[in-house]
Each structure stands twice: as C-alpha cells, then as structure tokens.
Design a protein around this ligand. Structure first.
Ligand code: C2E
Ligand code: CA
Ligand code: CA
Length: 651
C-alpha cells in the first residue's frame, strides 16, 4: 500500500507496467517456432536484458520509497542494484545493434569487426565496475541515487552515442529492403531508444526509459519476430517472404551468394492424396534433413514444391554446390518414412548465382519462372541458368508488360467456340475464349499469357472483363433466340480464392440482366493448401443463386478422383490431350473409355474437348458424351461471326 500511495508512484507504476509488457513479449516469443536462429537468440537476450533492467529498477524504486524495502535491501544492496541496472541498460544498445545487423544479415565475421562493435560496451560496463571501487566516475547520494562526476562520468554516453550513429547509418542504408510496416517499426524502435536520453534527463528517472524499451520490444515481436510471415506452419521452414528478404538484403550489401534449390517432383500431388498431418510431417522431415547443409541453418520453403538454401560467398561453379547436390541425391534415392508409410520422392536441384547470373529480386523471379519449365523432368544434374534459354525470360518479360496494359490498350477480345449437343443436334452452348492481339507480336495464345497474368495479378481484371463481355453479348444479340442455352466462362484459380468473387459476379449479371443459369464457370482442380476452403465457399455461393460449374481439363493426371467426385460440378470436360491420344494408341483409348465410365457412374454430363475429325466425333457420341467441342465443328470466332454461325446452324 505504502508503495502505491507514495507521491513518486509513477516510477513504480511504469516499472510494473513494463514488467507486464516484457512478460507478454516473452510469452509471444516463446510460443513461436524458431527458425531464425541467430535473430531469435539475440531477441531472447534482449527480452532477458530488458527484464533484468526493469526488475532492478523496480527494486531500486522500492528501496527509495518504501521503508520496509529500505531495511530489507540495505544501502549497499541498493548500490549493487543500481549498478546492475545501469549495466543492463548499457548492454541493450549493443544487443539492439546486433539484432538490427542480424535482421539485415550483416555478418561480423572478422575479429576486428567484432571487437569494434563490442569495445564501447566493454568500456561502459568496466566504467561501472571501476567506478564502484574508485568513485572516479560517479558516487552515490545519501538517498541511494547514482550521480555522475563530470566530465569523466559523461564518457559513459560515448558508447551509446556511437551505437546510435552506427544504427542511423544502417537504417538509412538498408530500410529500402524492408516492407513499409517493418521499416516503420524499426524507425519507431530507433526513435524510442533515441528519446530515452532526453526523457531520462528531464524526468530524472529511468522507469520511463525502461517502459519505452519494453514497448519497443513488443513492437518487434509483432513485426520482425512475427512467425506467420517468416515461418511456414506446415514445414517449419522459412517462407517466401523470408527468402525474398534475404535475397534483397544480400543484393543491397553487394554480396556474392548462390541460391540452391531442390525441386521435388509432383510433391503437391503426392501431398494432395494424403492427410494434412502426413504432409506436414513429411515437409518437416525434409526441412530437418536439409538443415545440415545450410551454412546458417535456415531452410526456405518458398514455393509449393521447392526447398531453398542460401550459400553466402559462393560463386556459380563452386564444388560445395555439386557436393551438396550429390549428397542430397543419395538421400532421395532412399524413401521417406512417415508413421507406417514409406514414400519415394524425386528431386531436381538447381543453382542460381548472384550477382553473376542474376542481380535483382525481380530478375530472380523471372528467371525462376522459366527455370520451372526445365525442372521436374527428372533431370538428375543441377539445372543452371545456362540450361535455359534466356530469350524465353526476355519474351516472358515482354508479355508481362503487354498483359499489364492489355485492358487499357484495348488489346483483348473475347472469341466464342460453339459446342455441339448430339441429343438436340444443335449448338446449345459455347465457350468464351480470350484473345490478345498485340500490334507488334500479333495474336498471343492464352496458354502463354494466362499463366503470366496469373503471376502478375492482372488475371482478376481480365476475367472480370471476359464475364462482362459475355453478358454484354447475351444482352445485345439474338443468341438466345437462336437456341444458345448457356456460355462457359473460364475461371482462374486466382479468381476462385477471392473472397468477393460471388458479389462481383452477381453485380455483373445484374447489370446486364443475365440469368445465373446462362453462365457456366469452368474451374480446374488444384491442390494448393488453404485454397480449397475459400474455393468451395465461392462455388457454393454461386450455386445457391443458380449458377453451374464444370471441371475443366479433366484427366490431365493431377485429379484426385475421391475429391473430384465430391465436387459440386455437373459437367466434366475431358481434356483434349486425352481425346487426341486416345485416337493414337490402344491403351490411351482404354483410359478414355474408363474416364467416361467414371463420369457417367457419378451421374454427371461430359463435354469432349478438342475433337478434330468426324470419326472422333462419331465415336465419342457413341460412347455417351453429351457435348462435343472442337475444330471439327467450329473454331473459336469473334462475336459477330458467332451470332451468324448460330443463326445458320440452329435456325
Ligand atoms: P481450355 O480451357 O482448355 O480451352 C480449350 C482450348 O482448346 C482453347 O485454346 C481452344 O481454342 C482449344 N481447342 C478447341 N477445340 C480444339 C481442337 O479441336 N483442337 C485443338 N488442338 N484445340 C482446340 P485457347 O483458346 O488457346 O485457350 C487456352 C487456354 O487458355 C484455355 O484452355 C484456358 O485455360 C485459358 N483461357 C482462355 N480464355 C480464358 C479466359 O477468359 N479466362 C481464363 N481464366 N482462362 C482462359
Ligand atoms: Ca476451358
Ligand atoms: Ca480444357
């Protein structure tokens, strides 16, 4: 009670409040998975330091303001407390600087550099020890407060001033590589620390300083130590964000390094067939195994089928890369054991050297996208940039630019391919297919530009444009009169995971007064974790208003039949590759017949796609396909021509 009623209470209150903050920070920190070894350790040390600092401060206040504590602690005890408090306070700038350096991955690998950084702290700490015995730097007042003796006592500030100069330099130089929120957090942390000195002088108390330290730590735990951004929950490895960040800080520091990746063939499909627990356990095992090869123990899991290790100071052709690849190859020859099950995985390693081969993060992603096409072909040697055609990278980049402006520049056009229904003998549906016409390159195939649009995000605007164009066509022409029942519109996976998909679609339909039953969305199967929930939700919402769905590209090999059978789709589109190979080989023909049987047994309708000859059409109709689409009947054509086509054939 005496503690709280004392006029100097605020000191005590601040001390208690900061202890609570530190406790919260510690709990958050302790509940995280640790990947960022070094950064995590330094952060732990900072929390410990701040805790001790606050505890000493609190006890010192107790000594000052409570008679009970005064007798328990004693005059000498209080002196030790204050000195310990000061020492913890002067250790903090050192830890902070190390923390900032670990964030930016600046290594103090030489003894000289290490010494330069630690010397100011050693000086401050010794000042307190020597000062205690000599009373040269400071003395204790009768009440038990520490007073510096000027000028020599002021030298204690030199160390922290040096650290602040260094920290300012680091922040100005490197915050570019941080996201805005991180940069803000780091600057706030810095300003809080910087303000501490005048605060201490004005308030003549260190409790407020200690409180600001605790606040700053809490800020860090939410930004830099934030597990969801840096740690992948499934594998325990570091995320794509973490990898991008490491790459950009290393580039900024003009360091030489190599990104060594291990691509695992069909990993997504393999995991799609197993339980999430199985997948997580498998990914964790691979991460643990690979840790042994990583110089700093960090393994990245940036893409669904790739693990990545960063080798600092390693150039393109160094033996360490070959040796690592060699050992990993041996390990992958054996199987992985998860619980009772054994599973075999096939990997392809790749290596990209910075800055020799690639000198920016954007360039890395461009090159990686092209490299992906060379991976997974069970090429057992290391795939390198020299193996890929850099012209393709340039080409992709050029198309990326075109796609980004295609909408504004009016380069997009929607074509329609009539679909034949044998039962009625009419073309009662069609598929909307996008065309991009560049003034210089001519027509660019959607098979080429769609994956690029998915990557750069323009796909959302593009697919919205297609749906609008289709609705406009239905509203403005006589196609309904000529027997068109519905139009099939392709939906990209990226659309399917947008939470506002249903609202956006309904808005467009209402605008053109198109009935939901006049549109059928084509979706493809995907196994990306976490996507399915939102996707299912979207499908269900749109079905509720009367829209139907079909499963596109069925039979291309990635379909998990159990999951597919449970999907609420009414139509299955047999992929054109299935149809085409079926008429070339006996086994493929059997595969096709069985796929048709499966779909029929589920009570769903079939669209056969890519039908190019009359013979194929006859056979497929005989086998029970409900709709036939292909060049044999008609190619995709512009709107006016399509209306004309329906008038002639359905009339
Ligand atoms: P898809 O959905 O499998 O579309 C069918 C593709 O088969 C179309 O290619 C069509 O022109 C082609 N095709 C139709 N009949 C035949 C045939 O008899 N023989 C052969 N060899 N091909 C035939 P297209 O128009 O080049 O489109 C390629 C892919 O681009 C589409 O494959 C689809 O995945 C995507 N795509 C096209 N338009 C859109 C769109 O508006 N939105 C989205 N998200 N994707 C689209
Ligand atoms: Ca399609
Ligand atoms: Ca298809």
């Amino acid at each position: 009670m005496e503690l709280l009623t004392n006029p100097q209470t605020y000191n005590t209150c601040f001390s208690i409040a900061s202890l609570v903050l530190i406790l919260v920070t510690y709990l958050i920190h302790a509940s995280e998975e640790k990947v960022y070894n070094k950064q995590g350790h330094i952060f732990g040390a900072m929390i410990f330091d701040a805790f001790m600092l606050n505890l000493m401060g609190l006890l010192h206040n107790a000594y000052l303001y409570s008679d009970v504590f005064k007798t328990v602690i004693g005059y000498d005890g209080n002196c030790y407390l204050v000195i310990a408090e000061k020492m913890f306070a002067y250790l903090l700038p050192y830890l902070s600087i190390n923390y900032v350096m670990s964030i930016f991955q600046i290594n103090t690998n030489t003894i000289l550099k290490k010494a330069v950084i630690i010397v100011p702290t050693v000086y401050s700490l010794s000042l307190f020890i020597i000062g205690y015995f000599t009373e040269f730097f400071f003395y204790f007042t009768e009440e038990g407060n520490l007073k510096y003796i000027y000028p020599q006592g002021a030298t204690v500030y030199i160390g922290s001033d040096l650290y602040f100069i260094f920290a300012t330099y680091l922040l100005i130089k490197y915050t570019k590589s941080l996201s805005t929120e991180k940069a803000c957090a780091l600057w706030i942390y810095y300003v809080l620390m910087l303000l501490a000195v005048p605060i201490r002088i004005v308030t003549k108390s260190s409790s407020i300083f200690e409180f600001s330290v605790s606040l700053a730590l809490l800020l860090c735990v939410y930004t830099f130590q934030n597990p969801s951004e840096f740690v992948d929950r499934m594998s325990g490895a570091a995320t794509r964000n973490a990898m991008d960040f490491s790459i950009s800080t290393n580039i900024l520091q003009k360091k030489e390094f190599t990104i060594f990746g291990i691509h695992i063939d069909r990993l997504v499909v393999t995991m799609g067939e197993k339980s999430p627990e199985f997948s997580s356990e498998l990914l964790e095992q691979i991460t643990e195994y690979l840790k042994g090869f990583s110089p700093d123990g960090t393994i990245y899991y940036p893409y669904m089928e790739d693990f990545v290790i960063l080798f600092p100071g390693v150039t393109a052709e160094e033996t360490i890369i070959d040796k690592t690849a060699e050992q990993i190859r041996k390990r992958f020859k054996e199987s992985w054991k998860v619980g009772e099950e054994e599973i075999k995985l096939f990997e392809t390693p790749y290596a990209i050297a910075f800055p020799d081969e690639v000198d920016s993060l954007e360039r890395f992603h461009e090159v990686k996208a092209v490299l992906d096409k060379a991976l997974g072909k069970q090429n057992r040697d290391i795939v390198r940039i020299s193996d890929i055609n850099l012209k393709v990278v340039e080409h992709d980049k050029k198309i990326d630019g075109i796609v980004k402006h295609a909408l504004e520049d009016g380069l997009l056009d929607v074509f329609y391919q009539p679909i034949y229904s044998p039962v009625t003998g009419k073309f009662s549906s069609c598929e909307a297919l996008l065309r991009l016409k560049d003034p210089q390159l001519g027509y660019i195939s959607p098979a080429i530009f769609m994956p690029i649009a998915e990557r750069n995000g323009t796909i959302l605007a593009i697919d919205r444009y297609v749906l609008s164009a289709v609705c406009e066509m239905l509203a403005e022409t006589d196609v309904r009169k000529y027997g068109l029942e519905y139009t099939e519109v392709n939906l990209s996976v990226v659309d399917c995971i947008q939470t506002n998909l249903a609202e956006s679609v309904m808005g467009t339909l209402n605008k053109f007064k198109v009935k939901p039953s006049e549109i059928n969305f084509e979706i493809t199967e995907t196994y990306e974790q976490g996507i399915t929930a939102v996707m299912d939700e979207n499908v269900r919402k749109l079905m509720d208003i009367g829209m139907s769905f079909s499963m596109d590209d069925f039979g291309t090999g990635y379909s998990n039949l159990v999951r597919v059978a449970a999907m609420p789709v009414e139509l299955f589109k047999l992929d054109k590759s299935i149809i085409q190979s079926a008429f070339e080989s006996e086994t493929s023909y059997m595969v096709m017949i069985n796929l048709i049987k499966i779909i029929k047994s589920l009570g769903k309708e079939i669209v056969a796609e890519g039908v190019e000859t009359g013979e194929q059409a006859r056979q497929l109709i005989k086998l029970g396909c409900d709709h036939i689409q292909g060049f044999f009947y008609a190619r995709p054509m512009p709107r006016d021509q399509f209306v004309q086509f329906l008038r002639e054939h359905n009339g």
